[in-house]
Write a protein that binds this ligand. Structure first.
Ligand code: BG6
Length: 488
């Protein structure tokens, strides 16, 4: 079904996010005939460019889609692009000045409108205040006004609460769509389908049968051109309260009573609130030193352009989290994320308890293959089950085997940016895949103790670029007689 007619306003439309993700996602929606014939785009930014220049630069970057598997080239359908691009208009102006909003209001009139804030976080509050003052945020009758907010949503618990309060002075919660692009990934959404639409996983999904869970979000890229942002952000803020907590919530939440946005978000918040206050000795912060990625030497974080040579910003974090509820009591969730690691890999590994050892006398117990269910989020997307099977032959020997479902092999989907579903859902008013104020705050609450200790320079462990991460992270699991699955 097509989305409703209306205007999609992008604040900060000249930037990277708009070029690499938003416009390609809108193009994909147009191509799938999911946009109304009265759908148009207005870009708001400060640069002195014409709408024609902007259309051309969007066209250039459209040729390479950024997908969860990497960058993929696609051949554009010219008719789809021509129609979409002819709907793109430009408003030049500062985000702080009333005149910008007056100009916008004249163009929008009484249409439905989505305001996408693809801007630096310091503008979130200002833009929403101005939308309020200018009357642009006001809904009337069936005309909707919605605001999509990017991350980072605050820089700690207090600032996230303050930002929520500020937004809610102008907007109703139902108008706010706080984006976490991890929720746009098919395989993240698939976690709920897998758990709750099948009969055989959920009965085992608890402390009686699961030994522990490992969540990994590993990247090979370093800080790239983002030193200014990253120096004051670091891996904990950048990845944990948002992306990693989304993965954890999807894996650990109770079944919602329906797929209604609030029913799903209630359960996600509940499980995040059940995470036990994290202890200092259960957290490892690391920073990459020089090393090599794909056999190419790379510099350490402190030698990256724009980074303080004595920086204590972490580029890696591993944590052991315990969830205090009936389902998960006693089951550790080990999470880790970092830059410049051995491979790009996001996955959730659910380690089941071993079968009672009695029958297989010729197979020493440490050779039994652990039963693991791997949920591959990226770059491969799918699910693998690892279990033991009899090795063919006259004697009983067991070997590890794998059963694999590969998303792209099965469904043959074209490349998508991951933003299509999110943008479309906002158009039709479905907030299930967006974060409510309490979800965001619950994520920050988990990392808040870590943010408080972080002021102390001690406790930063170094790891070579291209490695599996700091040794201290291995020790974190070794203490519990467990070990991480290999990243590379
Ligand atoms: C972003 C972070 O939110 O997520 C980046 O700011 C990180 O630092 C990125 O690289 C990872 O996203 P993905 O989709 O590549 O896993």
């Amino acid at each position: 079904r097509r989305g409703p007619p209306g205007v999609f306003v992008i604040f900060g439309g000249g930037g990277d996010l708009t070029h690499r993700l938003l416009v390609p996602a809108l193009y994909n929606l147009a191509n799938a005939r999911l946009l109304d014939s009265h759908f148009s785009i207005i870009v708001v930014d400060r640069a002195d460019v014409s709408a024609a220049d902007l259309r051309q630069s969007f066209h250039d970057s459209l040729e390479n889609f950024v997908t969860s598997r990497g960058t993929e080239a696609v051949s554009l359908h010219d008719d789809v692009w021509t129609r979409l691009s002819s709907s793109i208009d430009y408003v030049r102006g500062s985000f702080e000045e009333a005149a910008t909003y007056d100009a916008l209001a004249r163009k929008i009139g009484n249409q439905n409108c989505i305001f996408y804030l693809a801007v630096a976080a310091r503008f979130f509050g200002t833009i929403v205040d101005q939308l309020g003052v200018s009357g642009l945020a006001k809904e009337s009758g069936k005309v909707f006004r919605r605001v999509i907010i990017e991350k980072p949503f605050g820089s700690d618990l207090a600032s996230a609460i303050a930002l929520n309060e500020r937004l809610l002075r102008t907007l109703d919660e139902s108008q706010i769509y706080r984006i976490d692009h991890y929720l746009g990934k098919e395989t993240v959404q698939n976690i709920l389908a897998l758990r709750f639409s099948n009969g055989f996983f959920e009965p085992l999904w608890n402390r009686d049968n699961i030994d522990h869970v490992q969540i990994t979000a590993a990247e090979t890229v370093g800080v790239e051109q983002r030193a200014r942002f990253y120096e004051s952000t670091g891996a904990v803020r950048d990845m944990v309260p948002n992306h990693v907590m989304q993965l954890l919530a999807m894996t650990a939440m109770e079944a919602p009573i329906s797929f209604d946005a609030d029913a799903v978000r209630d359960e996600k918040t509940k499980v995040l609130k059940a995470i036990h206050a994290v202890q200092h000795h259960d957290v490892v912060r690391g920073q990459y030193a020089a090393g090599s990625i794909k056999e190419q030497p790379v510099v350490g974080y402190r030698d990256e352009p724009g980074v303080d040579p004595h920086s204590h910003t972490e580029t890696y974090v591993a944590m052991k989290l315990m969830i205090d509820n009936w389902r998960w009591a006693g089951v550790p969730f080990y999470v880790r994320t970092g830059k410049r690691l051995a491979a790009r890999k996001t996955e959730i590994a659910v380690h089941f308890k071993s079968a009672p050892y009695a029958l297989f006398r010729d197979t020493p117990v440490d050779k039994l293959t652990p039963n693991i269910m791997l949920l591959h989020i990226q770059p491969t997307e799918g699910v693998t089950l690892q279990f033991s099977a009899k090795i063919p032959g006259p004697t009983v020997h067991l070997g590890g085997v794998r059963m694999k479902f590969d998303y792209s092999e099965w469904f043959h989907e074209g490349p998508s940016t991951g933003y299509e579903t999110l943008l479309y859902d906002c158009m039709i008013g479905d907030a299930t895949l967006f974060q409510r104020a309490d979800n965001i705050e619950a994520g920050w609450r988990v990392v808040q103790p870590v943010l408080e200790w972080m002021h102390a320079p001690a406790g930063l462990d170094f790891y070579a670029a291209g490695s599996e991460g700091p040794k201290a992270a291995d020790d974190l699991l070794a203490r519990d007689h467990r070990h991480w699955l290999k990243i590379g």
